[in-house]
Design a protein around this ligand. Structure first.
Ligand SMILES: NC(=O)c1ccc[n+]([C@@H]2O[C@H](COP(=O)([O-])OP(=O)(O)OC[C@H]3O[C@@H](n4cnc5c(N)ncnc54)[C@H](O)[C@@H]3O)[C@@H](O)[C@H]2O)c1
Length: 252
């Protein structure tokens, strides 16, 4: 195997980086030696993570990913600081209210799309031209098991995560010849603040492995996908879900 086939990303941008899966991805990429651009709307939490990550260069950019201009500015700041962008992880997301579809508040539905779908679109619009210019780059978009299945009470979240898969596959086929790979990771239940209010025990038990994921287990898959070890992998939706999407309900 050539050493180039194992190289991690040199400069990586992560959205929703301040906590949960995004923070675990940031820690994983830092451990591999990547310089980091960390984006989140929670400025104090972002600053705390940046302080924690010693040994690599870190640029913290407070920004709301639902705003196209803010995401474009973050990518511009990354290129201004580091001169390149090898990897981007469009991870920021919100769950939205839990309400049956017929009663779902329309404003809340669109707010979820603005963050979960808009955030990915805004990321791709800013990141892809930089990567095309370099002739290489890798993007991972964070979808969910809710991007592959219906989830009662979560039409906005499920619609947004299905849309992330459509964005991922389309960008993957559009930019493959430019040396840019675009993939998605679909976690099942991950123990983070986002899931703290859910009936975690029952849902966790439905996973064939019998438990929720740790955020670091999702990060490991992301770090592999953005590295050159996944050089021939593009357009995939990788479940990292302890077998959840493979299981026949009730027989796991
Ligand atoms: N936790 C799970 O079980 C699970 C499962 C499947 C998919 N996911 C997805 O993984 C991603 C991360 O989830 P998590 O569990 O780590 O969530 P989390 O709530 O722990 O962290 C999300 C981070 O994103 C940031 N964020 C939210 N909206 C933002 C915005 N508009 N602009 C900038 N930053 C914003 C928050 O400040 C927070 O730091 C989300 O896209 C989520 O849908 C999570």
């Amino acid at each position: 195997m050539s050493s180039a086939g194992c190289s991690p990303a040199r400069v990586a941008l992560v959205t929703g980086a301040a906590r949960g899966i995004g923070a675990a991805v940031a820690r994983g990429l830092a451990a591999e030696g990547s310089a980091l651009v960390l984006v989140d709307r929670d400025e104090p939490a972002l600053a705390a993570l940046a302080d924690e990550l010693t040994g690599v260069e870190v640029l913290a950019v407070p920004a709301d990913v639902s705003r196209a201009d803010a995401v474009a500015d973050a990518v511009d700041a990354a290129v201004a600081r580091f001169g390149r962008l090898d990897a981007a992880v469009n991870n920021a997301g919100v769950p939205g209210p839990q309400v049956p579809t017929a009663d779902y508040p329309v404003d809340a539905f669109w707010r979820v799309q603005q963050v979960n779908v808009g955030g990915v679109l805004h990321g791709l619009r800013a990141q892809l031209p930089v990567m095309v210019g370099q002739g290489r780059g890798a993007v991972v978009n964070m979808t969910s098991g809710a991007g592959l299945r219906g989830v009662p009470g979560a039409c906005a979240y499920a619609a947004s995560k299905h849309a992330v898969i459509g964005l991922t596959r389309t960008a993957a086929v559009e930019y493959a010849r430019h040396g840019v790979r675009v993939n998605a990771v679909a976690p099942g239940l991950v123990a983070t603040e986002l899931t703290a209010g859910l009936e975690a025990d029952e849902f966790a038990a439905a996973h064939p492995v019998g438990r929720a994921a740790r955020a670091g287990e999702i990060a490991d898959a992301v770090c592999w996908l953005v590295s050159d070890r996944a050089a021939h992998v593009t357009g995939v939706v990788l479940p990292v879900d302890g077998g959840l999407t493979a299981a026949v309900p009730g027989l796991a």
